[in-house]
Design a binder for this molecule. Structure first.
Ligand SMILES: Cc1cc2nc3c(=O)[nH]c(=O)nc-3n(C[C@H](O)[C@H](O)[C@H](O)COP(=O)(O)OP(=O)(O)OC[C@H]3O[C@@H](n4cnc5c(N)ncnc54)[C@H](O)[C@@H]3O)c2cc1C
Length: 485
């Protein structure tokens, strides 16, 4: 029988496949947007930009291209319904994770680059709020500005976190004061959380991402009816590049994007395909891999006060592995509360590796859901209480990179296997898309249009040879995923 590590190696290198046609239904999408199944009568061709993927990254790329170029034509291609990937299936948390990561980032990339990542993610969260306000989407997206309480369930985790924050603040005094460290008593007495070794508060928010993204797509369709096409239920099956198209008429459309609705020629191809990227770009397999998350909506039915306008929560514990059941706890639970209904939106991963390193969101693990139902009341000291009412449960596919950082930039031929220079990617947000995607998409679009974004897009997100040979490799992914097996 293959060892668990061999299994992990096989899973990260596997073809994630196309987005599954029959995903579990996410609560966020229970009222589909009018554009959910948008498509033209026939697939338009000869477009300047083919953007693959209609999540928040695809939205950001398309929006920036349309706004910053006076004539560019953009087609957004989506395998399923609009915004049906991770963005429409996530936890709704707008929070940065750089506090926990800072120490490691500084070790690998140096304090300056680690600081750039910190500033980028906090700025991205501000930009999310600005975008929500600009599009008059505060109410629709139920956006809340609040503080996130990060709870550490073991002393070791808490101590590592405190060291990381101390170093962040020492290296970058301008970031000082974002985190308020809380001791065990305060987490219990002031915040009612049981079982913590300590915690920290940081500025954050919650949002209904599906409603936000679909609302902005609708506004863009209205503003740019002749330049934007949204083609849902259109799977991109392969991409080809050919110099033989170099006739006077077609020379600017060297790519043929083969879809389930026929071919489309394009000048550039932009992959906003997150956990599925390795399907169309096999050289990315193992550098990016899918990671399946489980979400629940639970109704405490008046057993808990509604804190949805003031706080959200994250619970951190050391990742664990049970050799008997082969179930891994991946180290994090995340929780927000609807200010309107009081429902808890609660997610976390507690499943076997073959269930977790997976791009199949057509099933949600029964064990994972039962686990999420059993632990949530306990955090609030409701031990032994019956589980709260399960309103909804679903799964969704994140994109994880072997070094924990997004990939944003032009794809080199070594990754596409093609000679052209018009393929681009923004993917692998490692479970923190709301803190990264908007500005990553904007940066990518501006790069495509020839602008220099190097003073604000962290260089560590780029696709340089050093990263491709160093940290962004399948062995690094296998090492990271096997660390606790
Ligand atoms: C369960 C879960 C909980 C999460 N919780 C949070 C959270 O609370 N906070 C946070 O910040 N982040 C969270 N994330 C991560 C966050 O949702 C993602 O990082 C972010 O949404 C990624 O956006 P994206 O646009 O890059 O990718 P996606 O939203 O996944 O969009 C990619 C799209 O590409 C389409 N696609 C892929 N391949 C093809 C193809 N060949 N042809 C056509 N279309 C294709 C897919 O169908 C999909 O719609 C969570 C993710 C999951 C799954």
């Amino acid at each position: 029988m293959a060892s668990e590590k061999e299994l992990v190696a096989k899973l990260v290198m596997a073809d994630p496949g196309l987005p599954r046609p029959n995903p579990t239904q996410a609560y966020w999408q229970h009222v589909p947007h009018a554009l959910a199944n948008a498509q033209s009568a026939s697939l338009p061709t000869d477009r300047d930009f083919a953007v693959i993927g209609s999540g928040i990254t695809g939205l950001s790329v398309a929006k920036t291209l349309l706004e910053r170029h006076p004539a560019a034509t953009v087609t957004v291609l989506e395998a399923r319904t609009l915004c049906s990937g991770a963005t429409g299936r996530n936890g709704g948390q707008m929070a940065a994770n750089v506090g926990e990561e800072y120490m490691d980032l500084a070790e690998v990339h140096g304090p300056e680059m680690a600081g750039n990542v910190a500033k980028f993610t906090f700025r991205n969260l501000e930009m999310m709020r600005e975008l929500i306000e600009e599009y008059d989407a505060v109410e629709t997206s139920e956006m809340q500005n609040l503080r996130k309480l990060r709870v550490f369930l073991t002393e070791d985790k808490f101590n590592d976190f405190k060291k990381s924050i101390a170093r962040l603040e020492a290296d970058h005094p301008s970031l000082g004061g974002l985190y308020t460290i809380l001791d065990r008593e305060s987490v219990f007495k002031d915040h009612g959380i049981h079982g913590a070794a300590g915690g920290a508060l940081l500025p954050a928010g919650t949002v209904w991402p599906y409603r936000l993204v679909t609302k902005i797509f609708a506004a863009l369709m209205k503003k740019y009816p002749d330049r934007l096409a949204i083609e849902t239920n259109t799977r991109v099956e392969s991409v080809e590049h050919s110099d033989s198209f170099a006739t006077p008429i077609t020379s600017v459309f060297p790519y043929t994007v083969r879809t389930s609705r026929g071919p489309m020629r394009a000048g550039n191809v932009v992959y906003c395909t997150n956990g599925y990227s390795g399907h169309l770009l096999p050289q990315l397999r193992g550098r990016i891999h899918p990671f399946k998350g489980t979400m629940t909506v639970q109704d405490p039915q008046k057993a808990m006060p509604n804190q949805g306008t003031s706080v959200s929560w994250g619970f951190h514990y050391p990742p664990r592995y049970d050799p008997e059941t082969r179930i891994c706890g991946q180290g994090l639970y995340y929780l927000g509360q609807s200010a309107k209904t009081g429902y808890f939106y609660f997610g976390g991963e507690e499943a076997r590796m073959d269930e977790t390193i997976s791009a199949d969101d057509s099933v949600v693990g029964e064990h994972s859901v039962a686990h999420l139902r059993s632990v949530l009341p306990q955090f609030f000291g409701r031990n032994g209480a019956a589980p709260w009412k399960l309103v909804s449960s679903w799964s969704g596919i994140m994109g994880l990179s072997s070094d924990g950082l997004p990939l944003v930039g032009r794809l080199p031929s070594t990754l596409t296997g093609r000679t052209g220079t018009g393929e681009w990617i923004a993917a692998a947000f490692n479970g923190y898309g709301m803190a990264n995607c908007l500005m990553s998409g904007e940066a990518l679009a501006l790069m495509i249009l020839g602008e220099d974004v190097s003073d604000w897009l962290p260089d560590a997100y780029g696709l340089g040879e050093k990263r491709l040979q160093g940290t962004l490799t399948p062995p690094e992914a296998i090492k990271a995923l096997s660390a606790n097996l």
